[in-house]
Design a binder for this molecule. Sequence first.
Ligand SMILES: NC(=O)c1ccc[n+]([C@@H]2O[C@H](COP(=O)([O-])OP(=O)(O)OC[C@H]3O[C@@H](n4cnc5c(N)ncnc54)[C@H](OP(=O)(O)O)[C@@H]3O)[C@@H](O)[C@H]2O)c1
Length: 265
Amino acid sequence: MTSPIRRVLITGASSGIGAATAERLAQEGYRVALLARNAEKLERVRAGLAGTGHIVLSCDLCSAEAIQSAFHRLEQEFGGLDLLVNNAGMGYRARIEELDDGLLEQLFRTNVFALLHTTREAFPLLKRGQRPVVINVSSVVGRRGIPGQVAYSASKAAVCSIGEGLRVEWARDGIAVCTLDPALTATGFFEAQHNPSGLPGPDLEAASGPDQVAQEIWQLDQKPRPERYLRWKWRVLSVIAVVAPRLSDKLLVRNLGDGWGVPRY
Ligand SMILES: NC(=O)c1ccc[n+]([C@@H]2O[C@H](COP(=O)([O-])OP(=O)(O)OC[C@H]3O[C@@H](n4cnc5c(N)ncnc54)[C@H](OP(=O)(O)O)[C@@H]3O)[C@@H](O)[C@H]2O)c1
């Protein structure tokens, strides 16, 4: 007996991890709804996908009304949803004293509020889905705050927290909720991020490719797990951060370089 086609909504599907995930899941026979702001880019991604029946939802996730109309269309086209990948996000590399109010608001709207709004709208569709799964793309820095990106780290910590609470909240609804914590991944994320005083960016040489993250997303949908780190060293660091914060600071500074100091208390 052939299994039914899985219907997936991927936010942030116009580039990077989201586009790679769309390609990976389409190869596996999923029917994909691609959501982001840039309709042209989304159409290009859709044109390259294997299979048929994929749709483009051009939507600014900072608007709760725009999310509602995207879901209206999704419901008409797909009827229900088997997998939601909350992947859209933005970075912000800045010291705290240079944070801009407008950008700070955009960061939390995109990385946190949009994820809450999208997940809320997805609930009735997921309830009608087959073996429904939600995958929230956080980051390793959501589990261990880092200097120069405290606002971004905090937004990703919120994503981890949402996953912890929601997976219990939805347990009796039969909806699995997974948190994925990618480490450095070679996408356009770093070029797109605001960096007002030019803080040094990462060396992408040792970065994962977006296709590796996409593979993890596919595996998580096949076999849901509460949380998956893509680099075990960051997992160790986040555990140490709770039980031995001084040691965690030392290890972090050694790892980051970039002239950050170790606290002396
Ligand atoms: N790259 C890394 O090293 C890394 C590491 C850990 C976690 N992550 C996380 O992985 C996720 C994907 O990032 P990426 O590396 O693939 O970066 P990316 O290529 O810049 O992708 C970001 C995606 O989010 C979409 N997006 C941003 N704001 C949006 C909005 N207001 N409404 C709708 N869509 C919006 C963008 O599309 P439009 O511009 O077309 O709207 C784009 O498709 C993010 O959540 C990021 O925080 C990345």
